[in-house]
Write a protein that binds this ligand. Structure first.
Ligand code: ASP
Ligand code: MG
Length: 289
């Protein structure tokens, strides 16, 4: 079993989703668990929705409409007019509205997790349906049933024992599993999140519990570089680095890999590949012992 992770930039539009399809199609003969983040800047949009909700600002409904439109527009480009996915999107938006309406909590961080998690629910619903429509049979799995955490909202700590046993006992057997990054749930099944950019960590958690053969993080950069390409012109690709070096890079702010991702992989010596979703045949960076 290999674990793949696709971030927001890889599914920011219809072209991105079709590109993910192509990459997954080329791994048809591998058993895959695929972790996907919210599309584009959706998590930021949802953070704003939480703020508007607490501020009792009327712009809330407009923002929720825009969130829906963004996802419907992507789906419209890649699905025929009458596809179930449009009902699924509407169902998720209705759920979000119902969650806000029902909410009585005044705890910002708790409400944040209940709302911001809808980004990953939308993205995985759309990607899973698109793959199924085009012959890549997969099953959609709700990561919250498997990644169990404490109640530290917005920075939840993984309950490794419960997570390990849920994955071992309850994860369905399938060659292609699609699930969400970033989200988990507490002992009472309330949604929690692992911290911004936490989808890499989700991939690491699944890989650890599944004893995966590798994790691949598909990015909009060719791999791990020796400097930030947004700042420096002449960056170089690091072909092979150790877990220790990668942890150090992440610790000192290289945003290419989420810092918590590496430890579980290092413990089981599961290699991590950082690869370009634009040039999937290129080698990228490998992080190993
Ligand atoms: N969607 C979440 C975020 O933007 C998690 C992630 O992308 O890794 O922070
Ligand atoms: Mg992201």
């Amino acid at each position: 079993m290999k674990v793949f992770k696709f971030g927001g930039a890889s599914v920011k539009n219809a072209e991105g989703v079709t590109n993910v399809f192509k990459i997954l199609e080329s791994f048809k003969n591998s058993k895959l668990l695929v972790v996907i983040s919210a599309m584009g800047k959706t998590t930021n949009a949802l953070e704003r929705i939480v703020d508007l909700y607490f501020a009792k600002d009327n712009a809330l409904n407009q923002d929720i409409d825009a969130l829906k439109r963004f996802h419907v527009d992507i789906a419209s480009d890649i699905f025929p007019n009458h596809h179930d996915v449009f009902e699924s999107i509407q169902g998720i938006i209705d759920d979000l509205l119902a969650t806000l309406k029902r909410n009585k909590s005044t705890q910002y961080d708790f409400v944040y997790d209940q709302i911001v998690s809808y980004g990953e629910l939308l993205s995985t619903t759309i990607v899973s349906a698109y793959l199924n429509q085009n012959g890549l049979q997969n099953i959609y799995v709700d990561a919250r049933e498997f990644i169990k955490t404490d109640t530290t909202h917005r920075d939840a700590k993984v309950d490794w024992e419960t997570t390990q046993s849920s994955i071992k006992n309850n994860l369905p057997e399938h060659n292609l599993i699609i699930t969400q990054g970033f989200i988990g749930s507490d002992a009472n099944n309330f949604t929690t999140t692992l911290g911004r950019e936490g989808s890499d960590y989700s991939a690491g958690i699944f890989a650890y519990c599944l004893n995966a053969e590798s994790v691949s993080i598909w990015k909009d950069v060719p791999g791990v570089l020796n400097a930030d390409p947004r700042v420096f012109e002449e960056t170089q690709l690091l072909h092979h680095i150790s877990y220790g070096e990668a942890i150090e890079l992440a610790f000192y702010g290289a945003s290419v890999i989420h810092p918590k991702t590496l430890q579980p992989l290092q413990r089981k010596e599961i290699p991590l590949f950082v690869k370009s979703f634009q040039n999937p045949e290129e080698e990228g960076t490998s992080v190993k012992k």
